[in-house]
Design a protein around this ligand. Sequence first.
Ligand code: HAM
Length: 422
Amino acid sequence: MKFQRPKGTEDLYNQQSVLYSNIVNRLVTVAKKFNYQEIITPVIEAAELFLRSIGTTTNIVEKEIYQFLDKGNRMLALRPEGTAGVIRAVVENKLYTNQKQTQKYFYCGAMYRYENPQKGRNREFHQFGVEVLGTKSPLLDVEVMLLAKTMLEELTIKDTILHLNYFGSEATKAKFNQAILEVLQKEKNKLCGDCQKRIAKNPLRVLDCQNCSKLDLKLPLIEEFYSAEEKQYFQELTASLTKLKINFKADPYLVRGLDYYNGVIFEFMSASTVLGKSQNTLIGGGRYDNLCQELGVPHQYPAIGFAFGIERLMLLLEKQAELSFMQPLDLYVASIYQAGLVEILSLLADLRKTKYFVDGIFDLFNDKQKSNLIKNLKNSNNLLILEEQGKATLYHLTKKQKVAVSYQNEAELLQKVVKLLG
Ligand code: HAM
């Protein structure tokens, strides 16, 4: 039987895996500068966690969740996103606090959604996300968006547009939902089958539907339902964005595919044609002030966060040589005499205690193979060939020079090689 990776998954190797870890390293550095700490949670969680937090009428839960009964008859799911698991961990480990103190977490890992695979849309994909807990302020909202923007800049990603919408409180969102529902019930015949079924439970999903969002349904605008306090919150938020020179586009029909949001929601979209229209969202996020309490925090515990799709970043950065640059070795060691093979083992062990990046091969070479190795060796600046007891040659491959090395014992060989590497 020939095994293949499951549909919608990827193998990353060579330049691709270098690019992946360079992206993650840069994101981690920026997150740490903003005082975020890493949180690591399981890939599997109780399926109910996702139904409760993401919402039963969302595409993710209705169509895309990977769930299964384990041998102990527990219904588990592979996480489709990171937020629910982080909040579950915050509740379970009582990481919340009554003090005025903001908790800032970042995470990175594989997520799973049973999607129709296409460029930038996989069944297994990786997110880098952040969650900030314990504070509700338009200034914090802006700082979180600034973090996202700084991360994009750190990755040298240009031409992104920040789309923004503001739902206000749950009560405001509920009034808006009701007003939309009234319009949608009148226009029900125009809607797709999925939306017809779910409008009663979740009318906002229509705005997120590939087909129905394009219909001219003359829906009301959320801002018609803001209280005076909410108007002020949103004004302060947009004024602070302007002050920090963060360009944004207010989009009153922007909705997110997860139900836990209230307050501000946002997406950074790429204007590049590489990703295609449906996959051009690089970052999605927003405020979700009620989720912590719903999942068990005994008091209101407001929160906001966002997540990047790393595969989408990789597609945009594939041609960025600097980010997929593979660090060459300082030295590669081979032998054309049998007893040299064991010398390689101890020489490499000693060299790895120094600053050098080294490797070698334990297959014996003959003269012809030796010349091929000298011509074709990739990814090492130098090559050492052990030729016989007490004799070796160091080839400076980049400089195209060679130096004969004679030595009495292994300690002397090590000393001479280190000197020649400089
Ligand atoms: P999301 O919008 O579902 O939000 O996903 C965030 C990002 O993950 C997307 O913008 C996209 O870049 C990437 N992504 C999503 N699905 C796929 C896929 N099938 N293939 C490749 N990339 C994908 C969330 O997951 C929220 N948990 C974000 C958040 C954190 N909100 C608050 N805190």
